[in-house]
Design a protein around this ligand. Structure first.
Ligand SMILES: Nc1ncnc2c1ncn2[C@@H]1O[C@H](COP(=O)(O)OP(=O)(O)OP(=O)(O)O)[C@@H](O)[C@H]1O
Ligand SMILES: [Mg+2]
Length: 340
């Protein structure tokens, strides 16, 4: 792995204002991403996992400049994305593209395949119609579609084929970084493997770097080199796929892995109870404490620091970091009995 990250996220925060409320009331915010830092290296597949609403898409959207962070930095190829002027931002931004979860709604039904795939080239400008046509034909071949499909419309295609069009569109400008936001979860299970294999082949062929977002840990296990586990906007665990599957240390990661049907997993299973709480005014301490079977008094108010527990394996959990002497004296290390 190269030493220079292609993208670096530093202490990123994204808050969304909550609409409504009375004029004299304090404005509330949704804390979608809170203090996330990471580095992604050229050629790797970096997974972001977590339950629905934990902030995966918001983090990805902030990475590509589609959402403006409330705090922190996004450094893409040594450029601070949000301090670039409009022209440089547009230029830099075109090196990062996204594949969306739902190919049914992400493709304009009134556009032909040619219009859909050539649109990014059209927006960027500098291509003749002939050049665009040639490039689109080349892309169709790359993603396993036929040149006869050029003047057909999205409604003529199956879900898997629509996602192939979405992929062709995303790679049309030769990006370096491709963000795949749940690229198979809206598709029939029978085509998951085909689309995943296509992404793996393209990565090899085009030397792409992937950010792969999914709530399905079974999929992530097979495609990602490293994984970031998020809960309610915060990083819970972070490390190589191998380390995380072999030795998931955060109770939340353990619960996510316990939920996949894998006969190889012989560890004690953690079953998650309840739903993810509201991201408006999230818990002050560990954001997971209300659902954690090991929660201690101190978890309520004291955030757990993200610590490196083994090489390239980071965990934010008081069960591992422990409390200091003073906190132990005050009983903050006592388990909360949720059945009381
Ligand atoms: N534009 C927005 N305005 C207000 N709140 C938003 C906006 N986008 C996301 N949110 C909120 O931010 C939180 C994180 O949402 P996000 O879509 O990033 O989660 P996710 O992990 O991608 O979920 P999913 O797996 O369902 O796609 C959610 O509570 C969501 O309601
Ligand atoms: Mg999402």
């Amino acid at each position: 792995m190269s030493k220079n990250p292609i993208i670096k996220i530093e202490n990123l925060y994204v808050d969304f204002p909550v609409k409504g409320g009375l004029p004299f009331q304090k404005k509330k915010h949704i804390s979608a991403v809170s203090d996330v830092s990471l580095e992604i290296y050229p050629g790797e597949t970096f997974g972001i996992v977590g339950e629905s609403g934990c902030g995966k898409s918001t983090l990805a959207n902030a990475m590509v400049g589609m959402v403006k962070p409330t705090g922190g930095k996004v450094i893409f190829k040594d450029k601070d994305l949000f301090s670039l002027n409009r022209t440089d931002f547009k230029k830099t931004r075109s090196d990062m593209q996204m594949i969306f979860q739902d190919p049914f709604s992400s493709l304009n039904p009134r556009f032909s395949v040619f219009q859909l795939i050539s649109e990014p080239m059209f927006i960027r400008g500098g291509f003749t119609k002939k050049e665009m046509e040639q490039r689109v034909l080349e892309l169709l071949k790359l993603v396993g579609l036929d040149e006869k499909d050029l003047h057909r419309y999205p409604s003529d295609f199956s879900g898997g084929q629509k996602q192939r069009i979405g992929i062709a569109r995303a790679i049309s400008l030769n990006p370096d970084l491709l963000i795949c936001d749940e690229p198979v979860s809206a598709l029939d299970v029978s085509v998951h493997a085909q689309i995943l294999n296509l992404l793996i082949d393209l990565q090899e062929h085009l030397k792409l770097t992937y950010v792969f977002i999914s709530h399905n840990l079974a999929v992530v296990k097979n495609v990602c080199d490293r994984i970031l586990v998020m809960y309610l906007g915060k990083v819970m665990e972070f490390g190589s796929t191998k380390a995380i599957y072999k030795n998931p240390l955060h109770p939340y990661t353990n619960a996510l892995i316990s939920a996949i049907l894998d006969l190889d997993i012989k560890r004690e299973k953690t079953i998650l109870k309840g739903d993810i709480p509201s991201p408006i005014d999230p818990p002050k301490g560990c954001r997971f404490w209300q659902r954690c079977p090991y929660a201690m008094e101190g978890c309520i108010d004291i955030p757990a620091p993200l610590l490196e527990v083994e090489e390239n394996h980071f965990v934010a959990c008081h069960k591992l970091s422990g409390f200091n002497e003073e906190q132990i004296k005050n009983g903050l290390d006592k388990r909360i009995n949720k059945d009381e």
